[in-house]
Write a protein that binds this ligand. Sequence first.
Ligand SMILES: *[C@@H]1O[C@H](CO)[C@@H](O)[C@H](O)[C@H]1NC(C)=O
Ligand SMILES: *[C@@H]1O[C@H](CO)[C@@H](O)[C@H](O)[C@H]1NC(C)=O
Ligand SMILES: *[C@@H]1O[C@H](CO)[C@@H](O)[C@H](O)[C@H]1NC(C)=O
Ligand SMILES: [Cu+2]
Length: 582
Amino acid sequence: MIRIGSHRCLLWQSVICALVCLLAFHPFSSSTSNFADAAPPEFTSTPRNRIFFWKVTASTLAPDGVTRPVLLVNDKYPGPKIEVNRGDYITVVVQNALDVPTSFHWHGFTMRDDPWYDGVPGMNQCPIPPGTNFTYTFGTDNTSGTHWWHAHFENQYIDGLVGAIIVHEPPETDPFLHAYDEERTIIISDWYHQPTGPLLAHYLSPDSHGMEPVPNNGLINGKHTFNCANVIPADLKCEKGERTVFHFLPNRRYRLRIINAGAAAPFLFSVDQHQLQVIEADGTNLNPILVDSVPVNNGQRYSVILTTNQEPKNYWMRAEFGLDCLPKPTNLDPVILAEVRYQGAGAAEPTSVGRFVPDPNSKEPQINPAFVEACKDLDLFQLHPLQPVPILEPISKSIQVRISFKKNETDNIVRGYLNDITYAADPWNPTMMQNLKDVVQYDVAQHVMTIDKRDSIVQIILDNSLGGEHPFHLHGHVFQVVAQGEGLYEEGKSQLSAVNPVRRDTATVPRKGYTVIRFKADNPGVWALHCHIEWHVTTGLVMQFVELPDELRAMHIPKQAAQLCEVPPPAGFKADTGFMPK
Ligand SMILES: *[C@@H]1O[C@H](CO)[C@@H](O)[C@H](O)[C@H]1NC(C)=O
Ligand SMILES: *[C@@H]1O[C@H](CO)[C@@H](O)[C@H](O)[C@H]1NC(C)=O
Ligand SMILES: *[C@@H]1O[C@H](CO)[C@@H](O)[C@H](O)[C@H]1NC(C)=O
Ligand SMILES: [Cu+2]
């Protein structure tokens, strides 16, 4: 693998080195943060190291008009967009100006050769202490497409630490180069009016009975309106928020890169009166399929092409909550809106009608009949990568993972379990560092599985007998989704997507159903497998794979990554509940 000099320099040395490298080799470093809507970076045949400086702070913000405490990168929500070309290196200098630790994960990147920068405390790094800097640096390798970054310490990302990462494909190999004229990034997410501290304290107490916090609103690119009459508690500062507006030219083709960066809710995405051509799922180019709407679960991404071929008017873009897969909401607006304005159509609010018209007189939240479907992924059997890869076989290791929730009869707290283990690891004693010891004995609560054999094909059967769906994300790999259905998976009997199955990194395990994934063990590292409902991460729906431990042990952990573990946890940290609110 080719490494450019400055990258190695960063690997081996400190932040000071990073700055020196930057000044010495990277006069183009103006690519800091505020280029959310800038043109994509020019393509160069030589991979470049693109450096970003981030300052993480605690602040307040009112994305939907309701003011609340938030965590921000460079004072933005969503945080700064990272936009690079395939083959580039990404370097992010994180200045942790919070008074608590933090860490960042690069969702969609396999971190080949850089497993210590995957960002999961307790697995592959120690948290970044408050008041210090830490530099992440990793190759994009073969990855292209629509990805994102988010904090991976406690539930910090729900409080605002999220953003997009777009990796452009070289024009020579981009199959969709002539399929669209422009692109837009669309981050959809659920949104809470309370910071996660109190929400988490309640969720992890006997009083919640295991019911997840219910969002108060949703956002499209960090904006939405809210009816202040519904605000809870009533003394929160509330003004009517605004919606995001997309300005489109008629008769053009727009690639919409949709990212669900929320905490828990799946969304059904659509634009009134326009069809959508799905061309990408989690970075994998697809044989295009035409749909009216696309369900996007937590952590997933899709690219769709929308052609502005309708009457030049304004139209609603909708992100409809998968209400049927959330606990019963109270005053949640079930449809999150943005405006699509055709040029020349003026600024009047759209009057377009969606597939489902809620009854304005109803007091009950209304569930779009399509939501039942929205709690599932797009039909697996319709999704096929443009670049075919045969189904991975033969299977050398098949692992069944049963998802369950149980109340502990001693403390009366409901927790999540994978194969009867509820994950609870020490963030300051990551598996990666433990693996360096001669004799390794992992704690049961770390929920470690070891994969020893290089290039072996691993199959994971995710079994879910529960009434809720769970979007599962595997770090370090792009997996094949080979089966997804209702009931119990039966080897040899259940239907497989056997020819060129879709490859992605986040797949929904449907309620009372199963999802089966396969990957090739060719990436030494410590990789999380977890439900991407962030509340379920906290309550234990997490396990980890130590992949090729001998090879991993032989790799050289950068000094600054190892040094993070020399800093003891700050006072006030409790292993299972983190920093609890006072
Ligand atoms: C962290 O980085 C910022 C800006 O890049 C710099 O001003 C600050 O001095 C650094 N802090 C430490 C502790 O190195
Ligand atoms: C990355 O792409 C190169 C060239 O196309 C290929 O040889 C290599 O196998 C790919 N690596 C992975 C991990 O897919
Ligand atoms: C229940 O919780 C207690 C206290 O946190 C713990 O010691 C015990 O191991 C738990 N029991 C089970 C079955 O997980
Ligand atoms: Cu879950």
